[in-house]
Design a protein around this ligand. Structure first.
Ligand code: MRU
Length: 344
């Protein structure tokens, strides 16, 4: 199963809003379609958003029909539209910056004829790197997992959220493949149910034992000693280790600390944003009220009920036992050790 696949002149995406009961693929031919698909969460998960935006940028260049003089202004607009889709996952901005650098390199060389091919190559490389990084995260993460473990995870961090394999779910996959007896508690992840709809679907396909729980059951499970460790993904990690991830992650971290359960964040280093010193500077996306008023398109409260719908929360670094990246496992103090790891 692949969230996105480049098809030579367009991107094929698996529409994640319809899973698990409908497996529908959609062809993306323009940067505006790409921006819509990211905004609507047909493609989602920080690394997948980054790669999708990179392909969107390449599609934007391929759509350009001008004579060349306004190519740069036009591509500034393409980038702005793609950047305006989702504010929290830094992978989006990282990937677009890489694409922009490649674009300028060719523009400065006056090599406009080859810009489009160079941008597609760059997007393919971003996607390929993500695949490789996830495998490494899986290997490093597996060193932390005992022979037998009950692992709680949140949201979806698997093949669907990345280019392939996954981050937190990639670690779970690696541990399972290496013969360890892994059982996963997947939190359903309201409001959009990425845990129930996507993580459960991925684990079922890989035949990894799982139990689905509603988000409010985690504390009770921990109190009963049923959870050995928590592993989640990330959308943006600040220089001090504070981590933005799907709403509900912070509650799990506090609960894990109260029960002395290790709490790990798994993410590629492309999710680390050293320009941001602490979690309070991370922009947290607020999404449409209707996502809370409905469950899978079924209304559960009238429109008069006011709701609040932040898509992410910030887990303070003090609750995080370790950050698992493709370069290794970072331990506290993160403000020192993260920089050390990144310059390696
Ligand atoms: O709103 P989503 O579904 O894009 O949020 C996804 C998450 O919060 C993931 O945990 C995170 O992006 C890491 S995915 C490897």
């Amino acid at each position: 199963m692949k969230a996105l696949q480049w098809q030579g002149d367009h991107l094929l995406i698996l529409d994640q809003t319809k899973l698990p009961f409908v497996e529908q693929y959609r062809e993306i031919h323009s940067y505006k379609e790409m921006a819509e698909a990211i905004k609507n969460m047909e493609v989602r998960g920080a690394p997948a958003i980054g790669a999708a935006a990179a392909y969107g940028f390449a599609l934007g260049a391929a759509e350009y029909r001008g004579s060349g003089e306004d190519f740069k202004d036009y591509m500034d607009e393409v980038r702005a539209v793609l950047e305006g889709t989702r504010p929290t996952a830094v992978n989006l901005f990282w990937a677009l910056r890489k694409m922009e650098d490649k674009f300028r390199e060719f523009l400065n060389m006056n090599d406009i004829g080859n810009i489009r091919a160079a941008l597609i190559n760059e997007a393919n490389e971003i996607a390929e790197d993500d695949r490789r990084m996830n495998k490494r995260i899986g290997e490093y993460g597996n060193t932390l997992i005992p022979e037998k473990a009950n692992i709680l995870t949140h949201c979806n961090t698997g093949s669907l959220a990345t280019v392939e394999f996954g981050t937190a779910l990639g670690i779970i996959r690696t541990a399972h493949e290496s013969g360890k007896k892994i059982h996963v508690f997947a939190g359903e992840t309201r409001p959009l149910l990425q845990g129930a709809r996507l993580t459960a679907w991925e684990l079922l396909q890989d035949q990894i034992p799982l139990t689905l729980i509603t988000d409010n059951m985690a504390g009770y499970l921990m109190q009963q000693g049923k959870v050995d460790m928590v592993i989640v993904g990330a959308d943006r990690i600040a220089a001090n280790g504070d981590t933005a991830n799907k709403i509900g992650t912070y509650s799990l971290a506090v609960l894990a600390a109260a029960h002395q359960i290790p709490f790990y964040v798994a993410a590629p280093t492309t999710t680390i944003d050293l320009k941001i010193s602490g979690g309070d500077e991370i922009p947290v996306e607020e999404r449409d009220d209707q996502e809370v008023r409905k469950i899978m398109d079924v209304r559960i409260v009238p429109d008069e009920v006011s709701v609040y719908n932040p898509a992410f929360d910030i887990t303070l670094a003090k609750y995080i036992t370790g950050i698992i990246t493709e370069k290794g496992i970072i331990s506290p103090p993160y403000s020192v050790n993260m920089v050390k790891m990144l310059v390696r």
